[in-house]
Design a protein. Structure first.
Length: 133
Protein backbone atom coordinates (compact mmCIF):
# COMPACT_ATOMS: atom_id res chain seq x y z
CA UNK A 1 0.00 0.00 0.00
CA UNK A 2 2.76 2.44 0.85
CA UNK A 3 4.37 1.96 -2.57
CA UNK A 4 1.14 2.86 -4.35
CA UNK A 5 0.60 5.90 -2.15
CA UNK A 6 4.11 7.14 -2.86
CA UNK A 7 3.61 6.63 -6.57
CA UNK A 8 0.50 8.86 -6.40
CA UNK A 9 2.33 11.49 -4.35
CA UNK A 10 5.38 11.76 -6.60
CA UNK A 11 3.55 13.42 -9.54
CA UNK A 12 1.67 15.77 -7.16
CA UNK A 13 4.91 16.86 -5.53
CA UNK A 14 6.62 17.60 -8.82
CA UNK A 15 6.86 21.35 -9.50
CA UNK A 16 4.79 21.37 -12.68
CA UNK A 17 2.08 19.25 -11.05
CA UNK A 18 1.59 21.91 -8.38
CA UNK A 19 0.45 24.24 -11.16
CA UNK A 20 2.26 27.17 -9.60
CA UNK A 21 4.97 29.16 -11.42
CA UNK A 22 7.17 29.45 -8.33
CA UNK A 23 7.31 25.67 -8.10
CA UNK A 24 8.29 25.18 -11.73
CA UNK A 25 11.38 26.12 -13.68
CA UNK A 26 13.72 28.56 -12.01
CA UNK A 27 12.26 32.07 -12.34
CA UNK A 28 14.61 35.01 -12.91
CA UNK A 29 13.68 36.71 -9.65
CA UNK A 30 13.07 34.61 -6.57
CA UNK A 31 12.87 35.08 -2.85
CA UNK A 32 12.85 32.68 0.04
CA UNK A 33 12.31 33.41 3.72
CA UNK A 34 11.63 31.45 6.85
CA UNK A 35 8.19 31.74 8.40
CA UNK A 36 8.96 29.29 11.21
CA UNK A 37 12.60 28.19 11.53
CA UNK A 38 12.82 27.54 15.26
CA UNK A 39 9.89 25.48 16.53
CA UNK A 40 11.80 22.41 17.68
CA UNK A 41 9.29 21.81 20.49
CA UNK A 42 6.53 21.07 17.96
CA UNK A 43 8.88 19.75 15.25
CA UNK A 44 7.51 22.26 12.72
CA UNK A 45 9.26 24.37 10.13
CA UNK A 46 7.86 26.59 7.39
CA UNK A 47 9.08 28.86 4.63
CA UNK A 48 7.67 31.09 1.88
CA UNK A 49 8.89 31.40 -1.68
CA UNK A 50 8.06 33.74 -4.56
CA UNK A 51 8.98 33.79 -8.22
CA UNK A 52 8.67 36.52 -10.84
CA UNK A 53 5.21 37.48 -9.57
CA UNK A 54 5.79 38.70 -6.01
CA UNK A 55 2.03 38.76 -5.40
CA UNK A 56 1.82 34.94 -5.65
CA UNK A 57 3.85 33.36 -2.85
CA UNK A 58 3.65 29.72 -1.87
CA UNK A 59 4.19 28.46 1.67
CA UNK A 60 5.64 25.11 2.68
CA UNK A 61 4.91 23.72 6.17
CA UNK A 62 6.30 20.46 7.53
CA UNK A 63 5.58 18.70 10.82
CA UNK A 64 8.06 16.00 11.72
CA UNK A 65 6.27 14.35 14.62
CA UNK A 66 3.47 11.74 14.74
CA UNK A 67 1.35 14.11 16.84
CA UNK A 68 -1.02 16.41 14.88
CA UNK A 69 -1.12 20.08 15.85
CA UNK A 70 -4.52 21.77 15.75
CA UNK A 71 -4.79 25.53 16.13
CA UNK A 72 -1.15 26.00 15.12
CA UNK A 73 -0.60 29.69 14.36
CA UNK A 74 1.58 30.50 11.36
CA UNK A 75 2.48 33.92 9.99
CA UNK A 76 1.55 34.30 6.32
CA UNK A 77 2.92 36.92 3.91
CA UNK A 78 -0.37 37.89 2.24
CA UNK A 79 -3.82 38.39 3.80
CA UNK A 80 -6.83 36.42 2.66
CA UNK A 81 -7.65 32.83 1.82
CA UNK A 82 -4.84 30.28 1.44
CA UNK A 83 -5.53 27.06 -0.47
CA UNK A 84 -3.88 23.71 0.23
CA UNK A 85 -2.15 22.68 -2.99
CA UNK A 86 -0.74 19.49 -1.48
CA UNK A 87 -1.38 17.77 1.85
CA UNK A 88 0.75 14.63 2.14
CA UNK A 89 -1.60 13.33 4.86
CA UNK A 90 -4.49 13.06 2.39
CA UNK A 91 -6.33 9.75 2.11
CA UNK A 92 -5.20 9.78 -1.52
CA UNK A 93 -1.64 9.19 -0.29
CA UNK A 94 -2.54 6.73 2.48
CA UNK A 95 -2.70 9.34 5.25
CA UNK A 96 -5.17 10.04 8.04
CA UNK A 97 -6.77 12.97 6.12
CA UNK A 98 -6.13 15.60 8.78
CA UNK A 99 -5.96 19.04 7.24
CA UNK A 100 -7.68 22.36 6.76
CA UNK A 101 -10.61 21.31 4.57
CA UNK A 102 -8.83 22.75 1.56
CA UNK A 103 -8.11 26.26 2.78
CA UNK A 104 -7.55 28.67 5.66
CA UNK A 105 -8.34 32.36 6.14
CA UNK A 106 -5.82 34.78 7.62
CA UNK A 107 -6.48 37.05 10.56
CA UNK A 108 -4.95 40.46 11.26
CA UNK A 109 -2.77 38.91 13.95
CA UNK A 110 0.94 39.62 13.41
CA UNK A 111 3.12 36.52 13.88
CA UNK A 112 6.81 35.80 13.31
CA UNK A 113 7.52 39.04 11.38
CA UNK A 114 4.42 38.68 9.19
CA UNK A 115 1.46 41.09 9.38
CA UNK A 116 -1.11 38.30 9.06
CA UNK A 117 -1.47 34.77 10.36
CA UNK A 118 -3.83 31.81 10.40
CA UNK A 119 -4.51 28.88 12.66
CA UNK A 120 -3.77 25.62 10.86
CA UNK A 121 -4.40 21.97 11.53
CA UNK A 122 -1.06 20.30 10.91
CA UNK A 123 -1.33 16.58 10.19
CA UNK A 124 1.18 14.14 11.67
CA UNK A 125 4.44 13.46 9.79
CA UNK A 126 3.28 15.48 6.83
CA UNK A 127 3.92 18.46 4.60
CA UNK A 128 1.57 21.12 3.25
CA UNK A 129 1.96 23.45 0.29
CA UNK A 130 -0.29 26.51 0.54
CA UNK A 131 -1.09 29.08 -2.14
CA UNK A 132 -2.57 32.54 -1.70
CA UNK A 133 -5.96 32.85 -3.34
Amino acid sequence: MVGGALARLAPAGEPRALGHPVAGARPQHTAFWWLEPNDAENSVFAFARIGNDASKPVVFVAILTPVPRHGYRLGLPVPGRWTELVNTDSLLYGGSDIGNLGDVETEDVPWMNQYHSAELSLPPLAALWLEDG
